[in-house]
Design a protein around this ligand. Sequence first.
Ligand code: PGA
Length: 247
Amino acid sequence: MTDRPKLIAGNWKMNGTAAALAEIAAMADAARDLPGHVTVAVCPPATLIDRARAAAGDGPLVIGAQDVHAAADGAFTGCVSAAMLNDAGARLVIVGHSERRADCHETDADIRAKAEAVQAAGMTAIVCVGETAAQRDAGTTLTVIGGQLDGSLPASAAGLAVAYEPVWAIGSGLTPTIAQVGGIHAAIRTNLVARYGDAGEGVSILYGGSVKPANAAELLAVADVDGALVGGASLTAADFLAIVRAA
Ligand code: PGA
């Protein structure tokens, strides 16, 4: 075990309007009573960041974002910069989620640029990596993840977390075995220490993909699993808080 804190981050994806702010308020209330080693964050759609920040009040619930444009400003219709997200109340940003890598054709270089923009704005970037089912079946999981880390990690470990999210585990109800999670997180840690030196020990490595109240405690107890990135189960305060309390 290490003394790294646990970070539990919810990714609401393209879900939520004003009616969902009551869930954020309930999460924020509960976050006030958490033990000091647990940080809880929720990343609503960009349209809700400002109101989520207000709904969370002055408590410790961190509000985050799901994507960012790498540029500071300019002619990028429909895009949002890191400074804009920070101004709206975000303090962390997910970058390189597999849905954006696949659906929006984001490259490792795009993701690195986004992560560095997030850091430059004083926020934390959660850089996502993970293999598809076909890559897993071909035995290339560690090669794929190594390539993603090489290509998409920023130059600095300050304001950085990594999320290991097997693509086949996202939204499927499937998860790797505990031994597989442990092996992959250990490999990511080795990569981070080789890349950043001692600072690599301080980078949180989250597991994501079908984290639920029923499996959270087991996953979060694995060495080098420093938290979770939670999709579907983060949409309601009841499920999300059950996961947070397992940390
Ligand atoms: P899930 O999504 O928890 O619904 O599997 C995780 C994610 O995509 O980050």
